[in-house]
Design a protein around this ligand. Sequence first.
Ligand code: F6P
Length: 423
Amino acid sequence: MDFSCVYFTISAIFPSMFFLSSLPLRFHAFFRSRLLTPAPFGNTLIVSFTCPSEGERKKRGLFDMKKRVGILTSGGDCPGLNATIRGVAKALYARFGENVEIVGILNGYHGLITGEYKEMCEDDFRGILTLGGTILGTKRTPFKLMRVVEEDKIDKVAAMKKTYKDAKLDCLLCLGGNGTHKTANLLSQEGLNIIGLPKTIDNDIYGTDVTFGFHTAVDIATEVIDRIHTTAGSHSRVMCIEIMGNKAGWLTLYSGIAGGADIILLPEQPYDIDRVCDAVERRARKGSNFSIIAVAEGAINTEEAKMKRKEWMAKRAEAGYGVTATNRIAAAVQKKTGMETRVCIPGHMQRGGSPSAYDRVLATEFGSYAAKLVEVERYGVTVAMVNNRVVANRLEDIAGKARNIPEGCELLTVARRMGVSLG
Ligand code: F6P
């Protein structure tokens, strides 16, 4: 049952009296714990319908309560992390003024484990909207090792809970991708007040249509493809451009289409090297002296698709073409078509630098929404965009899942319609 609907209906019928403090607190808390809970995603209520009006909140002294909010960035960085941190901070200061204290946890969960954090002040969040990377630092701390006690003998989960307690946090905001969200869910289940925020250039977080960082990376990868076009044409070459994205091909699909790639190879669509070569030769027959192949970092061929990941990784290592398929594809195309082939790997450039205007807006929407969640004490959730509306998804509903390109994806159809080969 979607309790938030009941809540909304009752509050619509008795708008002013519903939030009056004369109602038993426990009753209020019961419903508040269900606020912003989608069923299953996106079917959610706008916060302003479901929480007391600003005046009522002021009257009840909600802004006078001190709040200590922890914030961390975990996993691979991306443009828009600082813009999101700023969005959270500015909205919190605007709401709570001196009654909010923000604690920056350094280097992601690693800092939460080792107890490295610092008190932040309003000045720390100035001038960072356009800044790439993360002012808090980040690290990859694999989820699968969170419950494993390693050589250092540290119980990571206990250590994280201790830091949360020592820092006297009321809640912790975790900005990150899929791995970050798995740990965020674990901490939430351990009783901490957690709010997630979806970042990644891969755009593969379940339950949100978009993550911040993705569109900036699309812009960067598209520019790479644009620039490669001119040199490919000048030299009559086949250019293989490796785009980031190990398990999800969104970045390759978007930038491939935006950059007019002739062949797009995705992890979700195993390729056949003969079909790739056919596509290059078809273009040559029609008078195009060059071809652009956008290869996702995680692209695999039809043979590899039948094997376990470990198996094909071992085979690749043995063959000596490197971890990704790009060099192998380039070599095979050159051999089969006789056309000169080159590889371009923009790599981490796709994650660096200033966020695009789109990502600045998205980061600000997400950050300010997270501040609102802090205000209404809605925890165990992560911020998401569903059908152009910012909503909160339960961490337990999205953790451990990923959002890959589904077969029926509209953009795949567009690519095929345009004569783009998907291998
Ligand atoms: O998750 C973002 C991402 O850039 C992926 O696209 C890529 O596979 C991976 O991170 C690279 O990770 P690292 O920066 O640790 O090499």
